[in-house]
Ligand binder design. Structure first.
Ligand code: GDP
Length: 216
């Protein structure tokens, strides 16, 4: 029954789908820690290089077209964006600012590091982070930076490959294995990788289940 579903049973997959395609609302943006919402419910955060497909995947998870804004411009989205899922609210999705712009000014990068570090270290309601990696590129040094921060903050995280439709199945298998290898020795990383495509819906039901698992 669980074959091909990342270890999640049909019931868990369906429960996660029902929750996440139900009521979802933008709560607020936090450019600095003072703007964080009160930690009243569990949170699940999404991180990734700019253009990795984070907005598209967040939208696919909640089955909306434009909840998270796509195509972020360099240096613009330096906020944490909070979305509330469920009515009454069951948990929050947190869209972390994209990283890895080659041309990003030093002060922008510094501000990003501070915001992320402070959030990761101080947020007890944070259940898990998902770190998105473009399946065409694999793990890059900037991805290593965010994983270092997560490991140091002892926030558990799971790697999600994006845009899996853009490569051949054999290449996806190779990248998945290489990515699992790259995180094997990392203290807070989940050993199993989830491959997704927002375009084709691949892996989206399983990722929903993994999100719900992180807050229960
Ligand atoms: P973000 O900067 O990480 O939020 O990335 P976006 O979600 O804005 O996506 C960046 C680009 O990749 C856009 O042109 C998307 O249409 C494209 N994209 C995102 N996800 C997928 C996917 O699963 N498959 C394909 N083929 N393209 C994707």
């Amino acid at each position: 029954m669980t074959e091909g579903k990342e270890g999640f049973g049909d019931d868990a997959i369906e429960a996660a789908r029902r929750l996440m395609v139900g009521p979802v609302a933008f709560l607020k943006s936090a450019p600095t820690l003072e703007f964080l919402p009160d930690p009243t419910v569990r949170e699940v955060a999404f991180a990734g290089r700019s253009n990795v497909g984070k907005s598209s995947l967040l939208n696919a998870l909640v089955n909306r077209n434009a909840l998270a804004r796509t195509s972020n411009t360099p240096g613009r989205t330096q906020e944490l964006n909070f979305f509330e899922v469920g009515e009454p609210v069951r948990f929050r999705l947190v869209d972390m600012p994209g990283y890895g712009f080659a041309e990003a000014p030093k002060d922008v990068v510094k501000r990003w590091r501070h915001l992320i570090n402070d959030y990761l270290r101080g947020r007890q309601v944070l259940g898990r982070a998902f770190v998105l990696i473009d399946s065409r590129h694999g793990v890059k040094p900037v991805d290593g930076d965010i994983m270092d921060m997560l490991d140091a903050a002892a926030v558990s995280y799971r790697i999600v490959l994006t845009k899996a439709d853009k490569i051949k199945a054999t290449d996806l298998a190779r990248v998945t294995a290489a990515t699992a290898d790259a995180v094997r020795k990392r203290a807070a990383a989940h050993p199993e990788i989830i491959a997704t495509s927002s375009e084709k819906g691949l892996g989206v039901p399983e990722l929903r289940a993994a999100v719900v698992e992180a807050i229960t």
